[in-house]
Design a protein around this ligand. Structure first.
Ligand code: HEM
Ligand code: HEM
Ligand code: SF4
Ligand code: SF4
Length: 395
């Protein structure tokens, strides 16, 4: 392919605007469609899941396309992408796609090609033993974990993304290759409560959480920050303007008002708050984005804090399994995790999962009132008594 170098010459740092190409937008997707997809665009009649990770779509024209979905680490080298391309060249005429959850899909138009492709994919492993292209992620199973940057690239994380995702995926790997759950389970992960991605709307969500207020670097704050921005960043009004003994501009933070969101640090680099012992992981559950049967739901906090135990996060894995297993055993067919928890009542959710209910789980932010129970309807569980005690009710 002709590079822009040939057409437009080299980048000239002395004249950066010369030959500058801009606002070209993405390539049109049509040019990357396999022929079978182009030919049957908008004409699909039905689809089947042939087995975990393998789909068949049948068109009104009678043409078929088989899709093999493979797990991927999302964060990947060019070397790995080239291997993906080699596979696509060998079996799929050079076409391949990535899903909204960062799985890889190889598409073929005959069953003969499908078998060869599957065999090849299953045989590929990394030097350490992990599968390069595990097949799965379809139907009522577990699919890829939507996740964020963590310590690999971001400056505001309270935990790591890739390592935690690997640890949890390893523990639940069978579920990626199976379809034996009541409904699909979406696990997602974000390393701070900016929640880049889907943690606030997933069946199970892992979230990086701080537990200490920011430290104020009084010496530089006025030089590196727009102080009013830092003040306005705080959801709790904990930050106010202040003067240093030398008369310089700075801020003060009411420690007892701060709930460690880290927003002020996002606005102002003189307010760092990450901390080895303080930081950890919160688990949320019960969110969904589809409109199937019930409306979309936010996920709710069910475990306030677990330690950042690098690199395998045993406590996080253990708690995810508790939630996962209780749901898998107890829920009805088609019930998403949040549908199940709402049907049985959250006090039963805590009883069945064995998670502890603590005061951290009771909403105390602005619209909190509507999340409390304004009803005598509840079930007698230890979890329900714990809530009663925590709000100062009957012991
Ligand atoms: C019913 C209400 C909501 C639904 C269904 C919803 C759904 C979603 C989904 C699916 C994403 C992921 C988008 C992607 O992967 O590109 C997302 C991203 C996000 N959402 Fe929500 N959301 C809702 C409400 C909110 C609210 C109220 C807030 C904050 C006050 C919020 C903050 C965010 C943020 C910060 C992101 C990350 C955006 C990014 O990094 O580009 N969402 N939301
Ligand atoms: C009519 C509009 C939309 C359609 C047809 C649509 C379709 C889809 C489909 C088919 C998936 C894959 C589901 C799966 O693999 O189970 C998906 C996933 C996703 N979509 Fe959308 N989407 C729409 C709007 C949105 C909007 C507005 C947001 C952001 C607020 C969003 C955020 C996401 C995210 C984050 C995922 C992956 C998370 C997950 O599966 O839990 N989508 N969407
Ligand atoms: S979730 Fe927070 S820490 Fe993680 S990538 Fe997004 S902004 Fe950075
Ligand atoms: S960390 Fe959040 S709550 Fe605490 S002072 Fe900063 S903005 Fe306010």
């Amino acid at each position: 392919m002709a590079l822009s170098l040939e057409r437009l010459g080299k980048y000239d740092p002395k004249d950066p605007q010369k030959n500058r190409l801009t606002d070209l937008g993405p390539r049109h997707f049509w040019q990357y469609f396999p022929p079978v997809i182009q030919n049957n665009y908008g004409k699909w009649a039905y689809h089947d899941v042939l087995e975990p990770g393998v789909l068949a779509h049948v068109s009104e024209t009678g043409e078929k396309v088989f899709t093999v979905r493979c797990g991927a680490a999302r964060f990947m080298t060019v070397q790995h992408v080239r291997e993906i391309c080699d596979i696509a060249d060998k079996y799929c005429d050079g076409f391949v796609r990535f899903t909204t959850r960062n799985n890889i899909e190889f598409l073929v138009d005959s069953e003969a090609k499908l078998d060869a492709l599957k065999k090849d994919l299953q045989g590929r492993t990394f030097a350490g033993g992990s599968y390069k292209f595990p097949i799965g992620g379809t139907g009522a199973g577990l699919t890829n974990i939507v996740h964020t940057q963590g310590y690999i690239h971001c400056h505001t994380p309270a935990t790591d993304a890739s390592s935690m995702v690997k640890a949890v995926s390893d523990a639940l790997f069978e579920e990626f290759q199976g379809m034996n759950l009541p409904a699909k389970v979406r696990i997602s992960m974000a390393c701070c409560l900016n929640m880049c991605g889907a943690v606030h709307c997933s069946d199970i969500a892992l979230l990086g959480y701080h537990r200490k207020p920011p430290i104020i670097d009084h010496e530089v704050i006025d030089k590196v920050c727009e102080i009013p921005l830092a003040i306005a960043a705080c959801p709790l009004g904990a930050i106010s303007p202040d003067k240093t003994p030398e008369g310089g501009k700075t801020v003060k933070i009411k420690q007892e008002r701060c709930m460690f969101c880290g927003n002020c640090y996002t606005m102002c680099q003189a307010l760092p708050l990450s901390d080895k012992e303080g930081d950890g992981v919160t688990i949320l559950a019960g969110g969904k984005i589809s409109n199937r049967i019930s409306m979309p739901k936010f996920s709710k906090v069910v475990v306030p804090w677990l330690p950042n135990n690098f690199p395998r996060f045993p406590e996080v894995v253990e708690n995810v399994k508790k939630i996962f297993n209780a749901y898998a055993q107890d829920a009805n067919k088609y019930e998403r995790l949040g549908d199940w928890a709402e049907r049985i009542g959250w006090e039963k959710f805590f009883e069945k999962t064995g998670l502890e209910f603590t005061e951290h789980l009771i909403d105390d932010y602005r619209l909190a009132y509507d999340t409390w129970r304004t009803s005598t309807q509840f079930k007698y569980t230890d979890a329900a008594w714990n809530v009663s005690k925590l709000v100062g009710g009957i012991e």
